[in-house]
Design a binder for this molecule. Structure first.
Ligand code: URA
Length: 261
């Protein structure tokens, strides 16, 4: 790879990364576009994906179409069960993108919710913000309402609080509140600061129970509120700031997604 230009400013990125951030495609696809001679920087066709680009100064085009400056978008979606948190599904099942009518920017989910989990999902085109919320070192709390398949004892709740052993290592301490018990089931509020694959389900299995229903009700201070299921809204600037975002200004260039999809 060519040496990063002197100054090493954060905003300078390789061409394949600039394109994949901008469009509906992966970096592999972006490399293919570059290899096919479809991409120009400042009017010159560039065939090396590692070419350094300053998205704020350089003019990047794909098939002669400029990447346009996209405004940062921060969406809150109340994801229903039965929707995948991916863009395309080989089995053609519904995805969260089917619920984003009216959103022109290319946004991506911040973390994932399982097909059978509902609740609060943030989608954004601000990758720094996404990283801030998902990097385990930032320990952003995510709160879930859990319906367990059994009645849980205080010992089981204490184990969840302290941390349980999973196949990929022990879990960090969690906040656990018994919401209510019905005749056969315990309803809990569980707050974790990690985001491992199927973590809550595996935690309940580790204490000898199972999740029957899982709803994410909060990420940090952000709650679903009265947003109807299946609907989205923009986060307010205050909400973005409360989650630690919106501080750094960084240009986001975006291919016109209406043409790309
Ligand atoms: N934990 C899970 O098990 N599933 C989710 O979708 C989210 C957290």
């Amino acid at each position: 790879m060519k040496k990063k230009p002197a100054g090493g400013e954060r905003r300078v990125k390789t061409l394949d990364r600039v394109l994949s951030r901008a469009g509906a495609g992966s970096r592999t696809e972006a490399r293919r576009w570059i290899g096919a001679g479809r991409v120009a920087v400042n009017g010159r066709v560039i065939r090396t994906p590692d070419h350094w680009v300053d998205p704020e100064r350089d003019r990047v085009t794909l098939d002669g179409r400029p990447l346009r400056a996209a405004r940062k978008r921060y969406l809150l979606l109340y994801k229903p069960t039965g929707y995948l948190t991916t863009y395309k599904d080989p089995e053609k099942r519904p995805t969260v993108y089917d619920l984003l009518a009216g959103v022109d920017e290319w946004v991506v989910p911040v973390g994932r919710l399982d097909l059978d989990t509902s609740g609060l999902l943030i989608l954004t085109n601000d990758t720094d913000f996404g990283e801030l919320l998902t990097n385990p070192k930032h320990k952003v709390p995510k709160t879930y309402l859990v319906k367990a398949a059994t009645l849980l004892t205080e010992e089981q709740l204490a184990a969840l609080r302290q941390g349980v052993e999973l196949s990929d290592g022990p879990t960090l301490p969690a906040r656990v509140r018994r919401v209510r018990d019905s005749a056969r089931y315990t309803h809990l509020e569980l707050t974790i600061t990690e985001g491992r694959n199927r973590q809550v389900r595996r935690m309940l299995e580790a204490v000898g129970s199972k999740v029957l229903k899982l709803v994410r009700i909060a990420i940090g201070p952000l709650r679903i509120g009265d947003l109807p299921i299946g609907r989205w809204r923009d986060l307010t600037p205050e909400e973005v700031r409360a989650l630690g975002g919106g501080r750094r200004s960084q240009a986001i260039l975006q291919i016109d997604t209406r043409l790309q999809r």
